[in-house]
Ligand binder design. Structure first.
Ligand code: GSH
Length: 218
């Protein structure tokens, strides 16, 4: 398997899942800020020019949540998704919740802060997104006050996605993430697989940077 990703992006969800299951995989850093996502070579892999992308044999898979779910299914022994129908539904509940009710607003904020062309940005949108996000943060706070993991008493793929969105909210300096959510983020960051995933993405970015920078002594 090969994952195409970028530091500080949604690809961390996939590297984290791959590390949780102990998969062996190649990782290629794609410098979005340097326009690599739009290069003909990368667009031949994903015509949308976006990361993450996972290739596995003859399959090329985009969409971070689909990749996380594929990893969960390919490595069933790691139990990233429960097999019991009710527990599985509970994990899916939080995956859909965080993508549709939290990530959507985070992405709208990012688009109107920097991702859209300047003449398409409407800064006033942010206040509405923040208001909606704070309602969703209160929902997460209620559940994470009562349980160690978002879908119950064990780690699932839903924790990868919820943690990623909560850390995204913090790095965007948004208010309203509660104490139980903050404690949960810290617990999730203590997972060895999380630390390995962050290091893998960071090291790949640094290596690519070093390779592109002419040596001072050359
Ligand atoms: N829904 C997609 C979103 C993918 C996406 O927008 N990725 C961003 C980085 S987090 C990207 O590649 N942006 C480059 C671009 O839009 O040109 C997913 O979850 O994988």
């Amino acid at each position: 398997m090969k994952l195409y990703g970028s530091k500080n992006s949604r690809s961390l969800r996939c590297t984290w899942a791959l590390e949780e299951v102990g998969a062996s995989y190649d990782y290629q850093h794609v410098w979005l800020m340097k326009g690599e996502g739009q290069s003909p070579a990368f667009k031949a892999i994903n015509p949308a020019g976006k990361i993450p992308v996972l290739s596995d044999g003859d399959m090329t898979l985009t969409e971070s949540v689909a990749i996380v779910m594929y990893v969960a299914e390919k490595f069933p022994d790691a139990a990233l998704m429960p097999t019991n129908a009710k527990q599985r539904a509970e994990a899916f509940r939080w995956i859909f919740f965080v993508v549709s009710e939290v990530e959507a607003h985070l992405w709208t904020i990012a688009q109107h802060r920097f991702a859209l062309p300047e003449d398409k940005r409407v800064p006033a949108v942010e206040a509405t997104c923040v208001w909606q996000l704070q309602r969703e943060f209160r929902v997460l706070e209620k559940f994470l006050t009562a349980r160690p993991f978002i879908s119950g008493d064990r780690f699932t793929a839903a924790d990868i996605l919820v943690t990623h969105c909560l850390t995204w909210a913090l790095s965007a300096k948004l208010d309203g993430v509660g104490q139980a959510c903050l404690a949960y983020i810290e617990r999730m960051k203590q997972r060895p697989a999380f630390a390995r995933a962050v290091a893998r993405e960071r090291d790949a970015a640094e290596q690519q940077d070093a390779a592109a920078t002419p040596s001072a002594t050359a």
